[in-house]
Design a protein around this ligand. Structure first.
Ligand SMILES: C[S@@+](CC[C@H](N)C(=O)[O-])C[C@H]1O[C@@H](n2cnc3c(N)ncnc32)[C@H](O)[C@@H]1O
Length: 371
C-alpha cells in the first residue's frame, strides 16, 4: 500500500503566484496578532552580533511580511543596526520566486518590502521541510512559524469515511496522533539544536482548543464535514470513484493543547532535556475576515457575493488534496471535477449563508532554549 502513504512533499502545496497570500487574510490577521509575543521575546534575547530569524513554513511570505517589517522597524528605530539574516523555509515545491520578489518590493505591498526598505537585511530561502534541522547548531536567534506544523511528515493511513482526521474513526485517529506526536518531537529537537542559548521559537499552530473548536468549526457548520459531504456527493453521482473519495485525506493533524504541551510538561522528555522550556501556551480565535466583511456589508453584498469570497480562501490551501486524489484523469477532467466540488459549497452558502465561516483556531506557544 506504499502508493497510498504519500509524504507531505508530494501531496501538498499552496496555490502559487501569490494566490495563497491574496486569499488568506485570516492567516495574516492571526500572524499580526502575534507580533507582541515576538516583540516581548526580542527584549530578552541575548544580543549576538548577527540576528538570525527564521520563518518556518512561510508559503509565499506575504502573510507574515508586515509583521516582520514591523519587527525590523522596531529594531532599527531603537538604533540597533545589527545585520539581520532571515531564512524563509518551506517545502521544495513552494513558490519561492514570489517570496523573493515580495521581499524585494517587486510583488505585493512595497511598503513592507523590508529587504529594500532597511539596510543590512539578508533574505534566504530553504526548501527542506521543517522536520529536519535546517540551520547550523546554535545559530538561530528567533524562529517563528505560523499555521504550518499541523502538516504531518507522512500520512499514516487514508481515512475511509471522511477527508480529515477530525472526522476519522478511532483507529485512524490513533495513527494520526502517533505520527503527530513523533513529528512534534522531531520538530522541537531540531529547533533546539538550531537555537542559541536564550533564543526563542514562537509558533502559532492550528489545533483543537479547550472547547473542542478548530478551523472552520466554531459553532456553525463544520467545514471539514462539508468537504467530506460534497466529495461523497461526487462519488454518489458517479463522478469520482470510491478510491478517489478515500484518497482525499488531508496530511494534517490538529493537536490538542495537551498534545502540544506534553513534551514540556514531562521534565524527563527528550525535549525538556534538550533545554527547551515552554514560557506560555494560549489558544486564540481569529474570526473569519470574509464573514465579518459580509456581516458588516449585508446591505450591499448578497449571500452569493459572500460565498464567492469565502470558498476561495478554503480553496487556496485545500485544493491540492482533492486534485491529487483523482486517479488517471486528464488535466481538463481534474479542473472540471474540482470546480464542481467547490461550486457545491458556493451554492450551499449562496442559498443560506447562516453559520458558514472559516474562523481560525490557533495554539500560540512561546518556547525558549533555556540551557
Ligand atoms: C497554511 S500555509 C501557512 C503559510 C504561512 N506561514 C501563513 O501563516 O500564512 C502552510 C505552509 O506550510 C508549508 N509546509 C507544510 N509542511 C511543511 C514542512 N514539512 N516543511 C516546511 N513547510 C511545510 C506548506 O507548504 C505551506 O506553505
Amino acid at each position: 500500500m506504499t502508493d497510498t502513504y504519500l509524504n507531505t512533499q508530494s501531496s501538498l502545496s499552496m496555490k502559487g503566484s501569490g494566490y495563497y497570500s491574496a486569499k488568506t487574510a485570516g492567516a495574516k490577521n492571526a500572524i499580526d496578532k502575534t507580533q507582541k509575543v515576538i516583540e516581548n521575546a526580542l527584549q530578552t534575547i541575548p544580543s549576538n552580533e548577527i540576528l538570525k530569524f527564521a520563518d518556518f513554513g512561510s508559503a509565499d511570505g506575504g502573510t507574515s511580511q508586515e509583521m516582520w517589517s514591523n519587527i525590523i522597524k522596531i529594531i532599527r528605530d531603537k538604533g540597533d543596526n545589527r545585520q539581520i539574516e532571515i531564512l524563509y523555509t518551506d517545502l521544495a515545491s513552494n513558490d519561492f520566486s514570489t517570496l523573493f520578489k515580495t521581499m524585494q518590493g517587486m510583488h505585493g505591498n512595497a511598503n513592507f518590502a523590508f529587504q529594500k526598505n532597511f539596510k543590512n537585511i539578508y533574505v534566504h530561502g530553504c526548501g527542506t521541510g521543517f522536520h529536519e534541522q535546517l540551520m547550523s547548531d546554535d545559530s538561530l536567534t528567533l524562529g517563528f512559524s505560523a499555521t504550518a506544523m499541523h502538516y504531518v511528515s507522512e500520512r499514516p493511513c487514508l481515512i475511509e469515511n471522511h477527508v480529515h482526521m477530525t472526522g476519522a474513526n478511532e483507529s485512524e485517529k490513533k495513527l494520526f496522533t502517533k505520527q503527530a506526536n513523533k513529528d512534534w518531537e522531531t520538530i522541537l529537537l531540531n529547533r533546539s539544536k538550531e537555537l542559541i542559548k536564550g533564543g526563542r521559537f514562537i509558533c502559532i499552530n492550528f489545533g483543537i482548543d479547550e472547547q473542542g473548536r478548530c478551523l472552520g468549526n466554531t459553532g456553525g457548520h463544520i467545514m471539514f464535514n462539508n468537504f467530506s459531504k460534497n466529495w461523497k456527493y461526487l462519488e454518489d453521482q458517479g463522478i469520482i470513484s470510491n478510491q478517489e473519495y478515500i484518497n482525499a485525506t488531508f496530511t494534517q493533524h490538529y493537536r490538542t493543547v495537551e498534545e502540544f504541551r506534553a513534551p514540556f510538561d514531562n521534565k524527563d522528555s527528550a525535549i525538556s532535556k534538550s533545554g527547551l522550556i515552554l514560557k506560555s501556551c494560549e489558544t486564540m480565535i481569529t474570526e473569519c475576515p470574509y464573514k465579518i466583511h459580509y456581516l458588516n456589508n449585508k446591505n450591499t453584498m448578497s449571500p452569493q457575493d459572500y460565498a464567492r469570497t469565502l470558498i476561495p480562501t478554503m480553496r487556496s490551501w485545500s485544493e491540492t488534496v482533492f486534485r491529487n486524489a483523482l486517479v488517471d484523469r486528464t488535466e481538463r477532467e481534474i479542473n472540471e471535477i474540482v470546480d464542481k466540488f467547490y461550486n457545491l459549497y458556493i451554492d450551499e452558502v449562496s442559498n443560506d449563508p447562516e453559520g458558514h465561516a472559516m474562523d481560525y483556531v490557533h495554539v500560540i506557544m512561546d518556547i525558549e532554549k533555556a540551557y
